[in-house]
Ligand binder design. Structure first.
Ligand code: SF4
Ligand code: SF3
Length: 550
């Protein structure tokens, strides 16, 4: 361990399935990883102090909550590779922490004596703190596992909260919980019981954060509706927008209207097409490409500028032709790429992106045809009679929730095989970028109901929980686990962690996660999850088909 240049095990592709220690498989450099550790240490300190202030009845400013949320988001897999941007956030956090310490002192509030609270943030200490404050600061692997399960869940929650807040939906209870959870995991004496309870509570607030974002998205842009999305290209230059932030695509659509530029979605932005208030723009012409990990090739052939609104960024190779036409916003960043910030009113100026687009060729076609989506809860309820009839008549025997993430590992071919070999009387419920493994397979329909129902982004997994609750009511089932629904979830990064914790909190049992189990779940913690929730991994397609659908 002494020779580790870094330590990160937060995603599914972590080196050797145990942890990246020299450089990230994702391309994250050791320094960047340590600065992210430092940012998290400062954020834990701020969270702990804010929690103590709250416990004494003192409110902190919205700035504190926003800072915590943004810092958590910045450290998500593939979000930010820019050391300077991360260190600037550390500096801002150190300043904020000093202000909170002064506030606590002025009110005579005694603060917990944790390392995170004590460290003053002197520049000379950065290197030392970045090394000391990483994941391995907790020696006991089970305590470490529960702390990491919490913080990784909080990262996913923070991402969803940030999107909601940009649409003016906030909920102080969620921020209060994040602060409390940060205080709990900063406590060097926190025991298994307390930490396990915090993990479960993270799931509870994960549900709240997804519900908040669902409300923000649907009240702003309408309920997603059944939509066919073109996967070919037009003959005008285009801008490709990636990530999860709907406010960004809305602003881009407004600013590109009438300019002769088309807008295409990439990866997790595909579901933007399903919202009435976004699909109304005629120059939102299609989705280009697949999930995040294919971006290097797809950005080359897209020919026009690319805007990242969130993860997942893949560091470009030095020869990449698109390097000078990529922009980041929000929590994302990459050294050398232009970053677009919002003004005080949340407005972003995309004029530079548009000017570049005008000088570019139209995208090169890489596929043709259409995909179909938009089956979030409201659209599914609109089809409820049809769905219920199909279940009652036996036309639909089972639903399989295959939400989550896609990734570059060969082992993920499992999901493509599994989907294509599912019996014809089963329906796949999906959300997140996992769908790109099977949404172009033309799996057909059952009495007009497509066999792949795409609710939207990873956060729209919430829709499947809402649908499951509704089916429980319609069928008069005592337990949600008695419904003909199986969960075979593909995970990659921390948004999938909060989705999983949310499903566990809702009482959903026997969830399969893959392609491998998380490195941050220790054997003992895994036992607890297996015993209480029947959580399991995947095996072979043959065996899993047999055990899940018979
Ligand atoms: Fe490794 Fe994943 Fe961490 Fe990147 S995010 S450094 S691949 S564990
Ligand atoms: Fe995908 Fe990164 Fe997880 Fe939102 S964009 S699901 S991997």
């Amino acid at each position: 361990m002494a020779e580790n240049k870094m330590f990160c095990f937060q995603c599914q592709e972590t080196a050797k399935g145990t942890g990246c220690t020299i450089q990230g498989v994702c391309g994250k450099k050791a320094d960047t990883s340590r600065w992210q550790d430092l940012l998290l240490a400062v954020t834990r300190g701020i969270g702990t102090i804010a929690d103590s202030l709250r416990n004494s009845g003192i409110e902190t400013s919205q700035e504190v909550g926003d800072y915590i949320v943004d810092s958590l988001f910045v450290t998500i897999t593939n979000a930010n590779f820019d050391d300077q941007a991360i260190l600037a956030k550390v500096d801002k956090g150190v300043q904020l922490k000093r202000e909170l310490l002064e506030l606590a002192a002025s009110k005579n509030i005694t603060l917990p004596d944790y390392p995170e609270v004590k460290w003053g943030g002197e520049k000379a200490d950065y290197e030392a703190e970045g090394n000391r404050e990483g994941v391995l600061r907790t020696e006991n692997e089970d305590l470490r596992s529960l702390k990491e399960l919490t913080i990784l869940g909080l990262k996913g929650m923070a991402a969803y909260y940030e999107h909601a807040s940009r649409l003016n939906e906030r909920k102080d209870e969620i921020i209060a919980f994040i602060e409390k959870a940060l205080a709990t995991i900063s406590n060097p004496n926190a025991n298994m019981e307390t930490l396990l309870a915090t993990v479960m509570e993270t799931g509870k607030y994960g549900v709240d954060a997804m519900a908040l974002l669902d409300k923000a998205n649907t009240t702003t842009y309408g309920n997603p509706e059944l939509t066919k999305v073109n996967i070919g290209v037009g003959n005008r230059p285009g801008i490709l927008i990636s990530g999860h932030d709907l406010k960004d695509i809305e602003q881009l659509l407004e600013q590109t209207e009438g300019t002769g530029i088309d807008v295409y979605t990439h990866g997790e932005m595909l579901p933007a097409h399903y919202y009435p208030q976004l699909k109304k723009y005629k120059h939102l012409v299609g989705n280009y490409g697949n999930a995040w990990w294919k971006q290097k090739e797809e950005f080359e052939t897209f020919n026009g500028p690319i805007v990242f609104t969130t993860n997942c960024i893949v560091p470009p190779s030095p020869k990449a032709s698109y390097k000078d036409r990529v922009f980041t916003t929000n929590a994302t960043g990459f050294p050398g790429w232009k970053h677009i910030t919002a003004d005080a009113n949340g407005h972003k100026d995309f004029s530079e992106v548009i000017e570049i687009a005008k000088t570019c060729k139209a995208p090169t076609a890489i596929e043709q045809g259409e995909i179909i989506g938009g089956f979030a809860h409201a659209q599914v309820f609109a089809l409820a009679d049809k769905v219920v009839d199909a279940v009652k008549s036996g036309a639909i025997r089972k639903f399989v929730v295959m939400s989550g993430c896609d990734g570059r590992m060969k082992s993920r071919d499992y999901y493509c095989d599994f989907a294509s070999r599912l019996p014809k009387d089963t329906v796949i419920l999906t959300s997140g970028c996992a769908k790109f493994k099977y949404n172009k397979l033309n799996l057909g329909d059952i009495n007009g109901i497509p066999r792949v129902l795409d609710a939207g982004q990873c956060n729209d997994s919430y829709s499947w929980a809402v649908v499951a609750m509704k089916l429980k009511e319609i069928f008069g089932a005592n337990d949600i686990n008695d419904l003909p629904i199986e969960f075979n979830i593909a995970w990659y990064e921390q948004k999938a962690v909060i989705v999983l914790l949310a499903l566990l909190y809702l009482g959903i049992k026997n969830i399969h996660i893959g392609p491998t189990l998380p490195a941050f779940v220790s054997p003992n913690v895994l036992n607890v999850l297996v015993e209480n929730f029947g959580l399991g991994g995947i095996t072979t397609v043959d065996e899993d088909l047999k055990s899940m659908v018979g």
